[in-house]
Design a binder for this molecule. Sequence first.
Ligand code: URP
Ligand code: ZN
Ligand code: ZN
Length: 459
Amino acid sequence: MPLLIKNADIVNADSRYSADILCADDVITRIAPSIESSPGTEVIDAAGRLVFPGFIDPHTHIYLPFMGTFSKDDYASGTKAALVGGTTTIFEMVCPSRQMSHAEGFAVWHKQAQGRACCDYGFHMGVTRFDDNSAAELREIVAQGVGSFKVFLAYKGAFGVEDTELWNTLSLARELGVVVAAHCENETLVAEMQARLLAAGRTGPDAHYESRPPRVEAEGVHHLCTFAEFTGATVYVVHLSCREALAAAIDARARGVMVFVETLIQYLLLDKTWAERPGFQGAKYVMSPPLRDQANQEVLWNGLAGGLVQTVATDHAPFDFASQKTMGRDDFTRIPNGIPAIEDRVTLLWTHGVKTGRLSLEQFVAVASTNAARIFGLWPRKGVIQPGADADLVIWDPDYRGIISARNQTQAVDYNAFEGMPIEGRPAVVTVRGEVAVRDGRFCGTEGRGRFLQCHRTP
Ligand code: URP
Ligand code: ZN
Ligand code: ZN
């Protein structure tokens, strides 16, 4: 059914204006000062609200076999939670084990998503080893619509790649015009410091931070960028958490390296004291890189406002506290790493970014939607409200007031890291390609309607 949104206060990354928006057959067909409705058209009055392009989470792990367990969401619960929070597109990390081929991994993740995903999704193809078959497999995967690879410079013995594998991945990416996302921490330094801390009897979650201090992350960023410099690849640093790592990226940019930077809503709002909470509660806040000293938050907010940091993601990796985080009760290195956030990223960014004046409305749209669409080859299909774009729209209620709680969340995990935090605004209506998928905090869309997105980067 066609959809007409009347009285829309449209906000794009580079513009704000009032108009009506007509949607049909998945896309925005017309934007004009006044559009008459025709019979059979659903009409929504957006007066008093803002209308944003659907938000994009460029880094999620809905399905993740990791550290001896599996992340808790499936594609139905994870994408419903995304939509409730205004995220209409996710980029999932395909993370095959080092024993799996890339082709197998790609097929497994497709199977998980197909028929379950409620919003559209792209894949970053994890390159967790590089052997004689890898180049051919990765070429085929790129031909099937993947526009980005993912490498881990961390997680020794699991997903982490050696330097020759890194070189080969970046060289292939450069040839294919594919951007390479990277988890940047020096895996050897982490492994050695973990061992040293455990030997000293430091087994609790508070030791996690000390095993991966800022310089270890900065070394990872410097390492990646040096390889990018000599291969000519474009790279994207995922979940950057601290001043030292940002400085390494800025330094590389000054040398001509094409490097983009992502931070997370977790790093903007939570600090390392959360992982030091007593009674093993800190395990809820164990992720890598770890939560940092509070002083880093201002650096990251300023980085977003100043264009040094391009995107805000979640790295959504949901592990139950009661049955999964406790796997590391006697050894912090066994706590499954990750802090779920897919549902709350946008409302928190709005509350702490826009409402506080740290970000303009346009910057908010850029870092939560448009920049990811541009970097990963989805723009102008996603990330902008204009004729021809997919009709992924978020009608935003700036007057809503609420409190975040696991008790009423959609994501399938037994805690919420932002429990008790107030939010000042939320999506009133969310559409996925013209179909209303959320009304007032409840999913009402179609399970399985989400599509795999073909990403084509134009360098
Ligand atoms: O702690 C994290 N970040 N968990 C998810 C896996 C990853 O490193 O992205
Ligand atoms: Zn990571
Ligand atoms: Zn991740």
